[in-house]
Write a protein that binds this ligand. Structure first.
Ligand SMILES: Nc1nc2c(ncn2[C@@H]2O[C@H](COP(=O)(O)OP(=O)(O)OP(=O)(O)O)[C@@H](O)[C@H]2O)c(=O)[nH]1
Ligand SMILES: Nc1nc2c(ncn2[C@@H]2O[C@H](COP(=O)(O)OP(=O)(O)OP(=O)(O)O)[C@@H](O)[C@H]2O)c(=O)[nH]1
Ligand SMILES: [Mg+2]
Ligand SMILES: [Mg+2]
Lengths: 275, 292
């Protein structure tokens, strides 16, 4: 039966299929439905299995990180593979922070890709946040250093740095990113913290797990920003990412406009996964 | 890794045996997990396992192979056939217009430049690259920058004065006047569920009547790849797919979803960010990559 009693095989398969189609992954999908089955056996009065499953999923998602409590400026690096939405997300975060009354600076640390600086420059004007940039082909670390110096002298309290897309499987590119991380220490001293937001495309499959592990391995992933959730993909792989790396999802991207950014809501996300 | 797991499964069977129903059922479960972990669409996996089961049941295990290897051989054959079987050989007429479409960030703009370079090098065809993404900030600049890198013609070199269809029409006229044998139209990324933008694409195609409409797909795309490609195919009748970012470590199961689930052929694969990082699609090697 659907609403009471133990979980029948047909419902179990339907729910497992739904999770797999949401990119939760075959292993985690089976394990979650098994957990649901156990819970319903010991439950006094089991309710709708889909609702119960969503609750199990929501409870597993890592908690939001605490608000920044370190010295100014707060630094937020946006990293991730090519095309995931870093540059657009940088603009969205900058706009939100400015509207909240913060003094914000954007840093164009993608000095590699064609017209990357131009793209961020147009965004910076659109969202009303100043941009630190160098000429194309310059050194990303120099741009970040410059931006941190400027932040100090201009009493800026948030620096958002956009970086070049890179496939995590490319050793040299990951080494370059690690080097970029060390610039913070050089500019502001080694105790100065910074956060790295791993930007993941919601349409990615299980490779997001490899991405998360690889960026975490070079010490550069504190949270996940899940983009393009306005599409048909559900981003279920962030459940495994959270389980294996502890990384919480903080924001979700819901479109191509500067306001299309929302705080991550675990219950709502879990409900969407189960369909 | 899958080969090892299957080896363990079949270790009690030796040469000259027949694969029993139970042997095959267990083995199919292993293959199912491997394919799903590789991001092959669930429906395509189910259909694929059915056809493998038929081939594998009762199949003689040769003396020279262990049952595990034999079974994997059957799976690889079926997989490769599915990847290869889709569609006719690529034969772009001269001149031709190619329309590149796809989700946001899939690699269209970069691929446009790669195609221009590929056809110049392999067929001596000169291209006109046409920037029709009027939406993304600095999209036109990006294509102009890439075009200059490979010394290809690009339109418009100045900021847009027309909308996407107008710019495309203009580009086709300029290409004809300049005797360009290939016109490559770069479009804005869009969601297949965005009605307004999908209609814009349908109208663009109807007006241009391109010789090829190619969907650019990111190799790391998950389960959604099938429904995305299906919708683009339903609206535009795709002539091919280009899989980008295959230089990463994504297993690339979305390729099987599209080739197997829709029968749309994969034409090229992107293997890096530079203009030279494009290769014609070859099915061998991909089966092993997908199976892990
Ligand atoms: N629908 C949708 N599109 C998005 C979202 N976020 C970004 N995009 C689009 O995705 C495409 C890629 O975005 P970018 O910001 O350039 O991505 P990126 O990670 O900076 O790309 P690279 O720098 O080339 O690695 C653009 O067309 C964006 O408009 C989102 O939340 N929803
Ligand atoms: N490593 C690698 N990167 C690629 C490949 N193809 C494209 N890219 C990168 O992926 C990112 C997105 O590429 P674009 O060409 O801007 O993608 P797009 O589809 O035009 O994006 P939108 O116009 O925003 O929809 C860029 O950083 C490219 O350099 C590839 O085959 N391999
Ligand atoms: Mg970018
Ligand atoms: Mg583009």
């Amino acid at each position: 039966g659907l609403i009471s009693g133990p979980l029948d095989d047909e419902t179990a398969e339907e729910l497992t299929d739904a999770l797999i189609l949401a990119d939760v992954g075959p292993g985690p999908a089976e394990e979650l439905v098994e957990k649901l089955r156990e819970r319903r056996l010991s439950a006094e009065k089991p309710g709708d299995p889909a609702v119960e499953l969503a609750r199990i999923i929501a409870a597993r998602l890592p908690a939001q990180p605490p608000d920044y409590a370190g010295p100014a400026p707060e630094i937020h690096l946006l990293i991730g593979v090519n095309g995931s939405g870093k540059t657009t997300t940088a603009a969205k975060l900058a706009k939100r922070a400015r509207e909240a009354g913060r003094r914000v600076l954007l840093a164009a640390c993608d000095t590699f890709r064609a017209a990357a600086v131009e793209q961020l420059e147009l965004w910076s004007r659109r969202v009303g946040v100043p941009l630190i940039r160098h000429a194309e082909g310059g050194d990303a670390a120099a741009v970040l250093f410059d931006a941190l110096e400027a932040a100090r002298s201009r009493d800026v309290d948030l620096v958002i740095a956009d970086t070049a897309g890179r496939l995590h499987a490319k050793r040299r590119l990951m080494d370059e990113l690690a080097k970029l991380g060390r610039v913070v220490g050089k500019a502001l001293g080694h105790e100065h913290p910074f956060r790295s937001g791993l930007v993941l495309d919601a349409a990615n499959g299980q490779n997001s797990l490899q991405q998360a592990r690889a960026f975490l391995e070079i010490g550069l992933a504190d949270e996940v920003i899940l983009t393009k959730l306005d599409g048909s993909a559900k981003g279920g792989v962030v459940l495994a990412v959270g389980a294996q790396t502890g990384l919480p999802v903080t924001w979700i991207g819901t479109g191509e406009g500067p306001d299309d950014l929302e705080p991550f809501q675990p219950q709502r996300f879990a409900a969407a996964l189960v369909g | 890794r899958l080969t090892e797991r299957l080896g363990v499964l079949f270790k009690r069977l030796t040469g000259r045996g027949k694969l029993s129903e139970d042997n095959v059922k267990e083995a199919l479960r292993e293959v199912r997990v491997a394919l799903l972990e590789a991001d092959v669409n669930l429906r395509v996996v189910k259909d694929f396992l059915k056809s493998v089961k038929e081939k594998a049941l009762g199949a003689e295990v040769l003396n020279s192979l262990t049952p595990g290897q034999h079974f994997i051989g059957v799976v690889k054959e079926e997989l490769t056939a599915l990847l290869e079987g889709a569609g006719d050989k690529l034969n772009l007429p001269k001149p031709a217009t190619v329309l590149l479409v796809g989700l946001q960030g899939s690699g269209k703009t970069t691929t446009a430049a790669k195609l221009a370079r590929h056809y110049q090098k392999s067929q001596g065809r000169e291209s006109l690259l046409v920037a029709c993404d009027t939406r993304r900030p600095a999209a036109r600049e990006q294509l102009v920058r890439l075009a200059d890198l490979i010394k290809a013609d690009v339109h418009p070199r100045k900021p847009f004065t027309k909308d996407a269809p107008g710019t495309a029409r203009e580009g086709v006229k300029l290409a004809a006047a300049a005797g360009r044998e290939l016109t490559i139209i770069d479009t804005a990324g869009r969601l297949q569920i965005d009605e307004e933008l999908m209609v814009e694409l349908e109208e663009l195609e109807a007006g241009l009547k391109p010789q090829a409409v190619w969907l650019v797909v990111d190799a790391m795309t998950g389960q959604a790849a099938l429904e995305v490609a299906a919708e683009f195919h339903r609206r535009l009748e795709l002539d091919g797919v280009i899989v980008s970012k295959l230089d990463g470590d994504a297993r690339g199961g979305c390729i099987l979803s599209i080739a197997g689930g829709l029968g749309v052929p994969v034409r090229f694969v992107g293997t890096g960010e530079r203009p030279e990082d494009l290769e014609p699609f070859r099915a061998e090697g991909l089966a092993g990559r997908i199976l892990g």
